[in-house]
Design a protein around this ligand. Sequence first.
Ligand code: TRP
Length: 330
Amino acid sequence: MIPRVLSGIQPSGNLHIGNYLGALGNWVKIQHEYESIFCIVDLHAITVYQKPDELRASIREIAGIFLAAGIDPKHSKIVVQSTVPAHSELAWLLTCVTPMGWLERMTQFKAKAAAQESVGDGLFQYPVLMAADILLYQANVVPVGEDQMQHVELARDIAQRFNSLYGETFTMPATRLATVGARIMGLDDPTAKMSKSATGAGHRVGLLDPPDRIRKTIMKATTDSNSAVDLDTMGPGVKNLLAIYQAFTGWTNDQMRAHFTGMRYGDLKKQVAEATIASLEPMQQRYRDITADPAYLDGILQAGADAVTPVANSTVRLVKERMGIYTPSR
Ligand code: TRP
């Protein structure tokens, strides 16, 4: 049997080169080795307040970017989470076997809750919904960044607990892929991972940013107190710029060292900016073509939902049967 891969991305904020080099680009590369499902998790996004118009736009934008980046809709399923009600349904069923103490330990919950005036219950349940995304499809592999690892571990714990209470039902998902994407840091603060929601103007390069803006953002990136590249003493800002260049070009470490050693930071930034622009250009062109026809995008999302719904529904039915709640006799 071909293993199933599942991952998800929240439609909140702008997708950036960190999302592409760390996740999406990797999904594109590995998609054909698996039965692949990529979710746009709108139900996760609303665990903190989203402006409805922005959320609506962001869901379509991400679907367009998935396609433009090379997710192949003939092979991989692109699914908007809320279009498959079984996600919510399984989440409730799993909520009932998840001890609150497990959720209280989640570091993302603690961090996000600390930043909110009023913490919705949805934020607390967030990891259970994520477990439902994964377990609904009996996914074998869940490629995520370091920051989501604790949630995947929790999904395993929930699966295990369910299996021991009600009998073998869920496949244990593995966390890691053989290849891991680059970890791109904020351009204004290279000690924190590039984020969709950080508000600093110079923080990220968006996947749809025009060339001028990309140049501006990269030219302003934080470096260190040296003036020219020295790979042995460089600070995190320079390291990040080089990581971006290397990820986009696929150069070897030797090529990187030979080319960049001694280069002044101004020139380094120019080269990183041009490599980024050149790499994003074809994707941006495809994005414009794809989104010129909204019905095309709707069709892809409908097909994704239709394709995965039978699997999702059969998992929910099995879970209900195992738990003893009402299921109509066949
Ligand atoms: N919580 C993940 C993130 O913010 C997104 C996500 C939701 C996800 N459901 C998932 C990732 C299922 C992998 C599998 O990055």
